[in-house]
Design a protein around this ligand. Structure first.
Ligand SMILES: [Cu+2]
Length: 381
């Protein structure tokens, strides 16, 4: 009785929705590439109408094509008076279960006395981001997110059932301070990230039942969380690389009676500027998170039915390897638009469990910047 046979309609519809999102995104992307190419011959002049040396133009474009690893929060800054608006879509697919770093079958889990197992879980996140730089060395940002999480379950008696949770997640605000290096020239820069996560996501979600959903189906932490971090950025005319260490530190216990474990994330990336606007990327992303302190009293009765209800079985760590493609539109009607695509798989994962194992993840992003002062105006004049 494979879970792949259960609920084909739900699986199909979720599959269709993701394919649609991907198709829409690729359409936008190809459209912008085409319109960029069309404008290429007609737009060699600078905004001031002053003809400019081609090599200088492409150097400016290369410097402007600041690579932004699309799934690393607060990993780029903007120049003075530049505003950025962006949208990101993330899809994460989880299938089967891990106990530690070992795969565990449903039959094994049932033998241990559990009565319900998760057979698959998907998470979709829609993230809207706004960034603004009051000065070259300070950028502030805010991000809101909407999550759709769905799960499939198998009972020890062979029956299956789905559950779903959707709604706004927590909201993040962050200030980024450039503490070392020149934001207009590089090549080496260090940023301090000072972030705060606001508890806008529900921690009391239910689905077709008076019973509250498990911890991993809740949409927020229920607490104010600090996001302290440090980011290193390196850049040459053909490469951009960097690393970021960021934590999520929970400040208090939430109203339900628990505090999510702290999270730590270490990311390192490299991005090659293939042309003045196209850059493939590679990234390694390490994440680890602690157990829950306290518990949701409404979930305690189910601790023995499934590990997802047990606050002491929520910690884990994971190393994802990701590849991506970034496209920056240097001129034309879609000037200053960026498109990004990044996908990856965990190369290592260990979970207190059994709990759902991550199979793959995919992020699509779009952003556009407005205003700001030209990159060369201060540095070269
Ligand atoms: Cu930005």
């Amino acid at each position: 009785m494979s879970h792949h046979d259960s609920l084909p309609l739900q699986r199909l519809s979720s599959c269709l929705r993701s394919s649609l999102a991907v198709a829409l995104f690729l359409g936008l992307w190809i459209g912008s590439v085409a319109s960029g190419a069309k404008d290429q011959t007609s737009a060699q002049d600078s905004p001031a109408g002053r003809p400019r040396d081609l090599t200088e133009l492409s150097l400016e474009a290369l410097l402007q094509f600041e690579i932004t690893p699309i799934n690393v929060l607060g990993s780029h800054t903007h120049l003075e008076r530049e505003l950025m608006v962006g949208y990101r879509y993330m899809y994460m697919d989880q299938r089967g279960n891990l106990d530690g770093s070992r795969k565990i079958t449903n039959a094994e889990a049932f033998q241990r006395g559990y009565t319900v197992m998760h057979t698959s879980m998907t998470m979709e996140m829609h993230m809207v981001e706004v960034m603004y730089a009051p000065r070259d060395n300070v950028t502030v940002m805010a991000m809101a997110e909407y999550r759709v999480i769905s799960m499939h379950h198998l009972r020890s008696n062979g029956t299956t059932f789905p559950s779903e949770s959707r709604g706004f997640g927590d909201t993040t605000v962050m200030a980024l301070y450039n503490i070392f290096g020149n934001p207009r020239e590089g090549p080496h820069r260090i940023l301090l990230n000072a972030g705060l996560s606001l508890p806008t996501g529900s921690i009391q979600k239910r689905f077709n039942s008076p019973d509250r959903l498990e911890y991993m189906m809740q949409l927020g932490s229920g607490t104010y969380d600090l996001l302290p971090g440090i980011t290193y950025l390196g850049q040459s005319t053909t490469w951009a690389w960097g690393g970021q260490l960021i934590g999520t530190v929970r400040l208090d216990e939430n109203d339900v009676g628990y505090r999510l474990g702290n999270r730590y994330r270490l990311s390192a990336w490299a991005n090659y500027k293939l042309t003045e606007s196209l850059g493939p990327s590679v990234r390694l992303d390490w994440q680890q998170w602690d157990n829950i302190h306290g518990s949701d009293p409404q979930l305690d009765a189910k601790r023995e039915t499934n590990p997802a209800f047990n606050p002491n079985k929520q910690n884990g760590r994971r190393l994802d390897a990701l590849v991506g493609l970034n496209y920056y539109v240097p001129r034309g009607r879609l000037k200053k638009h960026r498109f990004g695509l990044e996908g990856g798989i965990p190369v290592y994962e260990s979970l207190a469990g059994p709990n759902p194992k991550t199979e793959w993840l995919l992020t699509l992003s779009w952003s556009v910047s407005f205003g700001g002062t030209p990159a060369l105006s201060k540095a070269h004049k």
